[in-house]
Design a protein. Structure first.
Length: 127
């Protein structure tokens, strides 16, 4: 984190703010900087569809322009390689809703939706 940002936080300190509150703000800014420097593959590797209120989610949302961009493996983990291809297509101006992976069609999921939720919806529909 740039020293300037740390100085701004401490200079802007109000009388009722404690040092622990200021350190908390510094940690948040530091985490945001760390995520901003991550590569796309690092972001996808660390993405958790159950957490949609963190910096990784926000960064992926910005990079995908809000379009569906996640492909899951059969075990529910993110398929980083194939999801990266979807991001490249989005960058090129294309929207993909299905991609063939290992001769199987795979749905491209929006951020925040998990493979497990999708399977539960299908099971409820078929029941």
């Amino acid at each position: 984190m740039p020293a300037r940002r740390v100085a701004e936080i401490f200079r802007g300190k109000k009388d009722n703010e404690t040092t622990s509150q200021l350190l908390s703000q510094i940690e948040i800014v530091s985490e945001e900087e760390k995520v901003r420097k991550m590569s796309l593959k690092e972001l996808l590797s660390n993405y958790n569809p159950k957490e949609n209120d963190n910096f990784i989610y926000e960064r992926l949302k910005k990079l995908s322009n809000g379009k569906p961009c996640i492909i899951f493996n059969d075990d529910g983990s993110v398929n980083v390689e194939e999801s990266s291809k979807v991001f490249e297509a989005i960058k090129g101006g294309f929207a993909i809703d299905t991609l063939v992976v290992n001769n199987k069609p795979r749905r491209v999921f929006p951020l925040g939706e998990s493979f497990a939720e999708f399977l539960m919806k299908i099971q409820c529909f078929l029941a």
